[in-house]
Design a protein around this ligand. Structure first.
Ligand SMILES: Cc1ncc(COP(=O)(O)O)c(C=O)c1O
Length: 308
């Protein structure tokens, strides 16, 4: 199923606002061949007062710079990403959208060698994006399976950086899940503990306590951080600790978090029904608090919003 790009009127490419059809890159783009790019995924939401706010923009753009630094890709520090984000949202006339900043290596290099000082080219694209797992998945929960693909660990890659090349592994795991009739994959780390989904962090509820895998093989998600802060504000105990597949099967509740997926309940893992088979109470409370925060209804977390 191909996706419709007709809703995207303008794209920001290397500092210029261009018509979608005019924003083109060379077939020799290094990142296209070798995965040598860094990117972000950010959402902007319509707030209850009718404005539009970008969720945790500062943290996302900080991670973009960190990812580029880890890749030794020079990303111009003078780019005003927040201003560009506001502009692209306004130019396209979006009230809510997903933002995709991308830092990539253009066509100046052939072969794998990336000399010191390799400069990033930049793009910023925005598009409307509904529920990543569909409306039914988001409300009733999704069916997932533990993948035979593993999440690369700190010795085999740069798992804390959001690098384009790293997503081949995620795409393979996601494809395998789809072929098995499932909505999403859970990837174990190299030691066999639960790491995360193909593009999401994972949380488990057991006896009223919220557990999530520690920083290690996972991408340290910004939604993960938001959910941990919201849970602590609700006096829910949050524990970062290694989780086994066995614990997943016995969990009271499971859910994914991520910019694309937001907070999404998991109702089945490898054919095991989780808890009651329906989104649990803590999942529902956290989902509710998350959407209050993104819509500007939670004053305690208003610093997470950058109004357009
Ligand atoms: C592999 C992976 N893990 C976790 C996440 C969740 O991160 P965030 O909440 O910052 O979007 C993402 C999405 O960016 C991801 O691609």
């Amino acid at each position: 199923m191909s996706q419709d790009s007709s809703e995207i009127s303008y794209v920001w490419l290397n500092g210029k606002m261009l018509r979608y059809g005019e924003a083109k890159v060379s077939v020799l783009t290094h990142t296209l061949h070798y995965g040598t790019g860094a990117f972000e995924g950010i959402r902007a939401y319509q707030t209850t007062d009718g404005r539009t706010a970008i969720f945790r923009a500062t943290e996302h753009y900080k991670r973009l710079y960190d990812s580029c630094k880890a890749l030794a890709l020079e990303l111009d520090p003078s780019i005003d990403w927040i201003a560009a984000s506001k502009e692209i949202i306004q130019k396209n006339g979006f009230k809510e959208c997903y933002l995709r900043p991308l830092a990539y290596v253009g066509d100046q290099l052939r072969g794998l060698k990336m000399p010191a000082g390799t400069k990033a080219e930049v793009a910023l694209i925005a598009w409307p994006w509904g529920k990543y797992m569909g409306d039914e998945g988001a409300s009733k929960g999704i069916r997932v399976g533990v993948s035979s693909y593993r999440r690369p660990d700190v010795s085999t890659g740069l798992p804390w950086a959001k690098l384009t090349g790293g997503y081949l592994n995620s795409a393979l795991a996601r494809r395998q899940a789809s072929l098995n009739g499932l909505d999403e994959a859970i990837l174990l780390d190299m030691q066999g503990y639960v790491a995360e989904g193909s593009g999401e962090n994972i949380f488990m509820v057991k006896n009223g306590v919220l557990y999530t895998p520690p920083q290690g093989a996972i991408l340290p998600g910004i939604t993960r951080d938001s959910v941990m802060q919201l849970a602590r504000a609700m006096k829910i105990q949050v524990v970062e600790q290694a989780i086994t597949r066995n614990q997943l099967y016995l969990a009271d509740e499971l859910f994914f978090t991520g910019t694309a997926v937001e907070v999404c309940p998991i109702r089945e893992v490898d054919g095991h029904s989780i808890g009651t088979g329906r989104p649990g109470e803590i999942t529902k409370m956290i989902t509710d608090q998350f959407f209050k925060a993104v819509r500007g209804e939670n004053a305690a977390f208003s610093q997470w919003l950058t109004y357009v």
